[in-house]
Design a protein around this ligand. Structure first.
Ligand SMILES: Nc1ncnc2c1ncn2[C@@H]1O[C@H](COP(=O)(O)OP(=O)(O)OP(=O)(O)O)[C@@H](O)[C@H]1O
Ligand SMILES: [Mg+2]
Length: 336
């Protein structure tokens, strides 16, 4: 579901309500149900000199959902994450996080955020335990609670055995897991994860997915970027696909696949017979290297036509995926 953004400034269009803790929060009332909007952005823009990294994008993230930002390298995902995380100010447009403007309330917002940055930035002077414990100081967490929480979080990401190990002795995947643990030190309401599973082996990715699902079940809101489209399809309730700083589409993974590709994909080895046969039968197809791809609602019918009329060599059928949507919308050319 897409929440309509009214024209005008966010101050004008979003009602501001104070929650139990006195924090300003935004609420939409949809179909009688109260839905809390955690992030609301309108015409958000970020430029670096002549480069337009984020080009007037609008989106909203509601409480409890996992919201994904997908896009090729340089699409503007990290720039958007950094604005939300209050580490890089926007150039123009409006954004509210927990109902607050990052320009005016960075400290208040950061207190409620957990951030996994794209770059691994653990403190090399400390052990695993030391990194988490020291980080708790930024949030004024009393030492005894910080100690207990550090132990729990090391267990949560299955690094308890590495408690006293120096950062330089961890593998890349272990560092990524430790950064996730660090993001949870302050028990955040909103997690901002920029490629949280980059470079992880399948076991570690599954562990992180399981942990993120658990955090969502506990009421956390999660915003993430990833280049693993199976991961996005599995985790995200809604996502946007960005390119060149703009949002191309927004929706749930299942809806996007249905809307932009279809149910199934048939892949057949490219031969002259197959090409002329498909053209003759007016079956739309795309040539990708040495094979031909046909998106269809019924692979059975397409396969039957191929075998009855087109003398195919190799034929493969599979469900359409988010990766098909991504490549369809953003193309196959490598980014600089
Ligand atoms: N500090 C900066 N100074 C200048 N240009 C920048 C800076 N940060 C980002 N950019 C540019 O902004 C654009 C968007 O970059 P961004 O890091 O947001 O992309 P991304 O979608 O996160 O890409 P990736 O998938 O590679 O992480 C790129 O053209 C990038 O070169
Ligand atoms: Mg990035």
């Amino acid at each position: 579901m897409f929440y309509p953004l009214l024209t005008g400034t966010l101050d004008y269009c979003l009602p501001q309500v104070r929650d139990f803790y006195g924090n300003i929060s935004n609420h939409w009332f949809i179909g009688g149900a109260q839905i809390q909007v955690i992030i609301e952005a309108q015409d958000l823009k970020k430029t670096f000199g002549d480069i337009i990294a984020v080009d007037s994008i609008s989106f909203s993230v509601k409480k409890g959902e996992v919201f994904g930002f997908l896009g090729p390298n340089g699409a503007g995902k990290t720039s958007t994450m950094k604005i939300i995380a209050c580490v890089s100010p926007r150039t123009s447009g409006a954004i509210r996080v927990f109902g607050m403007d990052p320009d005016n309330f960075p400290a208040e917002i950061k207190m409620r955020l957990g951030v996994v940055p794209q770059e691994t930035n653990l403190d090399p002077d400390f052990t695993c335990y030391g990194n988490l414990f020291t980080y708790s100081r930024y949030f004024d967490i009393p030492p005894d609670i910080a100690h207990q929480r550090t132990q729990e979080l090391l267990e949560f990401v299955q690094l308890q055995e590495k408690k006293d190990v120096a950062i330089e002795k961890l593998s890349g995947g272990m560092k990524r897991r430790l950064i996730l643990a660090r993001a949870l030190v302050n028990n955040p309401d909103l997690l901002i994860l920029d490629e949280p599973t980059i470079g992880l082996d399948p076991q570690a990715r599954h562990l992180i997915w399981e942990r993120l699902k658990l955090l969502q079940a506990q009421g956390n809101t999660i915003v993430l970027t990833t280049h693993y489209l199976d991961e996005a399809a599995r985790l995200c309730d809604r996502l946007v696909i960005m390119d060149n700083g703009k949002i191309l589409v927004e929706g749930s993974p299942v809806d996007l696949v249905k809307q932009y590709v279809g149910e199934e994909i048939v892949e057949v080895e490219k031969t002259e017979d197959v090409l002329s046969c498909l053209s003759g039968k007016n079956i739309p197809f795309e040539v990708i290297g040495e094979y031909v791809q046909i998106a269809t609602g019924s692979s059975r019918d397409v396969v039957r036509t191929l075998f009855d009329h087109c003398s195919p060599h190799k034929v493969l059928t599979r469900p359409a995926t988010l990766e098909d949507v991504f490549l369809k919308l953003t193309g196959r050319k490598l980014r600089e």
